[in-house]
Design a protein around this ligand. Structure first.
Ligand SMILES: *[C@@H]1O[C@H](CO)[C@@H](O)[C@H](O)[C@H]1NC(C)=O
Ligand SMILES: *[C@@H]1O[C@H](CO)[C@@H](O)[C@H](O)[C@H]1NC(C)=O
Ligand SMILES: *[C@@H]1O[C@H](CO)[C@@H](O)[C@H](O)[C@H]1NC(C)=O
Ligand SMILES: *[C@@H]1O[C@H](CO)[C@@H](O)[C@H](O)[C@H]1NC(C)=O
Ligand SMILES: *[C@@H]1O[C@H](CO)[C@@H](O)[C@H](O)[C@H]1NC(C)=O
Ligand SMILES: *[C@@H]1O[C@H](CO)[C@@H](O)[C@H](O)[C@H]1NC(C)=O
Ligand SMILES: *[C@@H]1O[C@H](CO)[C@@H](O)[C@H](O)[C@H]1NC(C)=O
Ligand SMILES: *[C@@H]1O[C@H](CO)[C@@H](O)[C@H](O)[C@H]1NC(C)=O
Ligand SMILES: *[C@@H]1O[C@H](CO)[C@@H](O)[C@H](O)[C@H]1NC(C)=O
Length: 826
């Protein structure tokens, strides 16, 4: 088992390796299943199918992701409603020929659930379009099941959303419950044929948004930005039984897909390689008017007006009190009956001369039209003939649309058509007289506006001069957010200086929590009572500035429960600050190495801390899809929350690796003595494996309760690593383990020895001299969880002798000017 895992690790490490075997690795067969964390990649590398986790959770899912971009982007999830609780998952073709997700106990969490008569030749193939196809043999027509037919929350090109009217079968996009929970959410996106097809978004089966009718070219009323490169199109099969909506992008220079988010917003996302992030090119559903039936029956919505709802002409609010409070849902009623209604409509022609139509320009038409293929001029006559017809509209692609009953979801739209509302002649006449009033009002209004505009302008000029300085500062901060970092940081809230100054009692000394790498850290309380930690960059610290920016860039992209959360930043003039969630238990070193406090940490808590750190580090290295090397992992950079859960902090020196980069060199070796791996100290090489080394040191510190550096001037001239190594070989577990653990009551009762022994073993594997011998974080996590039972025998660790330096070794150092011979040991 150990072998397969490290094999897959090698695969993901060395891109050329999988390119060689690319053709074989896009398919799952009955004999070739994949296990967490393995994956398969589509032939040209665009998509991969495999296991992943989402932020803030250890749940594992099987899904399809974009493979070549550094931000984890999931476009399909198999077991969305039944996550794997650990990393023992398998994706397999079962005996009955279904694709299944199994957990460690071989329970089926998800199945393609089809009837398959030839299970021994079944394959699941991941295509370059991102479609996972289950079929028997190569026969293209023989697909038994496709992921495109069972979408998640993403609409990717060449996928088709459809509705089969007769069979009632629908292929719909379904939103996630939340950003980090892919289980079924409230919203779905599909196509409704009605009388003229439209696409719609449902909220718990209630109509929530409608695009307006498809006219063969576009959806009437649906506003897409003028520079959209992509469009939707609707087709029906020959018998007009199944309707499909597809999505196409005319500009293939960027990756593009659409997503229905957990709030029901449908957006197009484009990959911006320069910014290294997805950008939203547009969202459908962005104003309140887009919510279906916002203004009720016979109400009309205009998002530019206040209030947004008004009754159609000739109609009044059904409930004036509710209406004035902004609850428009009960809509409007007709004040004067139609002439044809008054005539009681005996004989179809009666009274037709007395009703007329009010023209409303550029409207997204109401829901549920009737359709007739009459030519333009005759729509009006057709509508007048039938007293239940209350409105009509004409579109060359559709023909006449007519409405009977209530008009719902009428709204203005710059892409709409002209809508004609039936009104009795008396109401239409009112319109004419009121037109005159409108015109005079407008003329008078223009005069007033011009005068007040002139007046305002003078005042604003004055104001502007006064505020020039302030304005400059604001602009400056915008500048830093957008440009100098070169990364999109919109998600990161910007605090202003006053806010943080107030929160920390004006950076009161009594509120200081400690000193970080580049400045003091204060405890603070925001207005809403939320506790925060504020790190303030010392002014005029060049190196600090670089680290500050680096931290913002790195951590703003990350979210995991074992990483400290950045709440926002503040950049005003000279002031640069970061605000984090507050960790009441401070840092690990403050507990672990303090004889008065260390008995809080019994073995369970220590194991929990070790495990948490390993998860956080695994996320940094692998699961976030950005490969991040922390470079300064140490006890003082591990913060503890109220339940003593560990959170990795201080990303000032972290480095983001590109997709396939595994190692980098630096001339400026920075880090902390005792935690740095030999290849980093000596050659400036850092990689995942240098973090693994630091993790190993940290692990041994947690188990032993001793600082790596506490061994200076030790009688055996050994470092912590050398000491642990020596005792481990002698089988003397008690010698290594912290007395506090050995003396605690729970220790002897619970038989933790095996677990402790295993931890020390893993720690020693992590601190081996050569990077290639050290395990990667996925393997470390599996080893800690006993998923790998046969651990290899560790080779001699690096730095087994006591460190030479005896100055304050906890300081972060730069080794530019230290000669290598000094560090080479004796
Ligand atoms: C995958 O499925 C096949 C056929 O059902 C079975 O023989 C095999 O043991 C499964 N593989 C794993 C790893 O469970
Ligand atoms: C599998 O399909 C059958 C019928 O096609 C259905 O009754 C059953 O609920 C499905 N099971 C799952 C887990 O979807
Ligand atoms: C698949 O199974 C059937 C019977 O279950 C057998 O006749 C056939 O030869 C098998 N095919 C392969 C390729 O193993
Ligand atoms: C991969 O193949 C798909 C489908 O043929 C194509 O749209 C895409 O541009 C290809 N991507 C690369 C990187 O070649
Ligand atoms: C989904 O709908 C339910 C019931 O209306 C509601 O309680 C829940 O908050 C909604 N969830 C989201 C993510 O909007
Ligand atoms: C495609 O999109 C890119 C980025 O938006 C743009 O620079 C380019 O001009 C577009 N190409 C075409 C053919 O529209
Ligand atoms: C709005 O009015 C409707 C109908 O009278 C009522 O059912 C609903 O609860 C009201 N909504 C709000 C938010 O007051
Ligand atoms: C039809 O309308 C006329 C007046 O417009 C009325 O006298 C007559 O009774 C009506 N007929 C029916 C059947 O209602
Ligand atoms: C009038 O319109 C309604 C609704 O569209 C329809 O059911 C009815 O048959 C029409 N009546 C006539 C006489 O065309």
């Amino acid at each position: 088992m150990g072998k397969t895992i490290s094999c897959s690790v090698v695969l993901s490490l060395i891109p050329c390796f999988y390119l060689l075997f690319a053709t074989a690795l896009d398919t799952i067969t009955p004999s070739k299943s994949i296990k967490d964390p393995e994956f398969i990649i589509s032939q040209n590398g665009t998509f991969r199918l495999g296991f992943f986790s989402l932020a803030n959770s250890n749940n594992r899912y099987v899904g399809i992701l974009y493979h070549q971009i550094p931000v984890q982007t999931v476009v399909w999830v198999a077991n969305r409603n039944r996550p794997l609780k650990d990393s023992s998952g398998i994706l397999n073709i079962s005996d009955d020929g279904n694709l299944v997700v199994l957990n460690g106990k071989t329970e089926i969490l998800w199945s393609s659930n089809v009837t398959n008569t030839a299970p021994n030749v079944t394959t699941a193939h991941l295509s370059d379009l991102g479609n996972l196809v289950l079929s028997n043999g190569d026969d293209a027509g023989s697909s038994l099941w496709e992921s495109f037919q069972h979408p998640s929350n993403a609409f990717i090109e060449s996928m088709e959303i459809s509705t089969d009217v007769k069979k009632g079968r629908k292929v719909e996009i379904k939103s996630w419950k939340s950003h980090d929970d892919p289980s079924d959410g409230n919203f779905s996106f599909g196509i409704e044929p009605f009388n003229v097809p439209e696409f719609v978004i449902w909220n718990n089966n209630q109509l929530y948004f409608r695009s307006g009718p498809w006219n063969g070219n576009m959806f009437i009323g649906l506003i897409l930005p003028t520079v959209a490169f992509s469009w939707f199109s609707v087709v029906a099969d020959n018998r007009q039984q199944t309707f499909f909506i597809g999505y196409e992008d005319s500009n293939h220079s960027m990756l593009t897909y659409c997503e229905l988010d957990s709030q029901g917003k449908f957006s197009e996302r484009r990959w911006d390689a320069e910014k290294g992030n997805w950008i939203k090119s547009y969202s459908i559903y962005h104003t309140d008017c887009d919510v279906y039936g916002k203004c009720g029956e016979f109400g009309m919505c205009n998002s530019k007006k206040r209030p947004i709802c008004s009754c159609l002409k000739g109609f009044k609010p059904r409930n004036a009190e509710e209406w004035s409070r902004g609850n428009w849902s009960s809509g409007c009623f007709r004040t004067t009956p139609l002439q044809c209604q008054r005539d009681n409509n005996n004989g179809s022609g009666a009274g037709q001369g007395d009703d007329g139509f009010l023209e409303m320009k550029m409207m997204n038409v109401p829901a549920f039209p009737d359709r007739s293929s009459i030519v333009n001029g005759e729509c009006k006559d057709q509508c007048l003939k039938n007293c239940s017809c209350v409105a009509y509209a004409y579109d060359a692609g559709i023909g006449c649309m007519m409405w009977s009953g209530d008009l719902i979801d009428v709204k203005e739209s710059s892409r709409g058509v002209d809508l004609y509302i039936r009104l009795p002649a008396s109401e239409l006449d009112k319109g004419k007289s009121s037109k005159v009033i409108v015109i005079t009002t407008v003329i008078a209004g223009i005069g007033v506006i011009t005068i007040s505009a002139l007046f305002l302008r003078c005042r604003m000029l004055k104001h502007k001069r006064r505020n020039k300085k302030r304005k400059h500062i604001k602009f400056c901060s915008e500048n830093i957010r957008e440009n100098s970092i070169g990364v999109k940081l919109q998600q990161l809230p910007l605090f202003n200086f006053e806010e943080l100054a107030t929160a920390t009692n004006n950076f009161n000394h009594a509120k200081m929590l400690g000193k970080g790498g580049f400045g003091p850290v204060y405890r603070g309380t925001l207005d809403d009572g939320k506790e925060i930690a504020v790190k303030r960059l010392l002014k005029a610290s060049g190196q600090g500035l670089e680290e500050f920016m680096n931290e913002v860039v790195v951590i703003s992209k990350l979210q995991h429960r074992n990483l400290v959360r950045l709440l926002g930043c503040c950049v005003e003039g000279e002031e640069k600050m970061l605000a984090y969630e507050y960790m009441p238990n401070k840092s690990l070193d403050a507990l672990l190495f303090d004889p008065a406090k260390q008995d809080v940490l019994d073995w369970r808590k220590r194991f929990n801390i070790i495990e948490g750190i390993s998860r956080g580090l695994l996320y940094l290295h692998r699961d976030s899809r950005l490969k991040i090397i922390h470079r300064d992992l140490k006890a003082s950079n591990i913060l503890l929350d109220e339940e003593l859960n560990p959170k990795i902090s201080d990303f000032g020196m972290a480095r983001i690796f590109g997709g396939n980069q595994n190692q980098a060199n630096t001339k400026r070796v920075v880090g902390t003595y005792g935690y740095m791996s030999p290849e980093y100290v000596m050659r400036g090489q850092f990689s995942e494996k240098s973090d693994v080394f630091s993790f190993g040191v940290l692990l041994l510190e947690v188990v032993s309760g001793r600082r790596n550096t506490s061994f200076c001037n030790d009688q055996y001239a050994l470092s912590l690593l050398g000491y642990a190594w020596k005792l481990w070989r002698e089988g003397d577990i008690c010698g290594i383990v912290d007395k506090v653990i050995l003396e605690s009551e729970t220790y002897s009762k619970n038989g933790n020895e095996k677990e402790i022994w295993r931890c020390i073993h893993v720690g020693l594997l992590c601190v081996q001299e050569f990077a290639k011998d050290r395990p990667t974080m996925p393997t470390v996590v599996s080893m800690l969880n006993s998923e790998i039972s046969d651990l290899s025998t560790p080779k001699q660790p690096a730095f087994i002798e006591a460190p030479l330096m005896s100055h304050d070794v906890e300081d972060r150092v730069s080794l530019n000017d230290v000669t290598l011979t000094n560090l080479d040991g004796r």
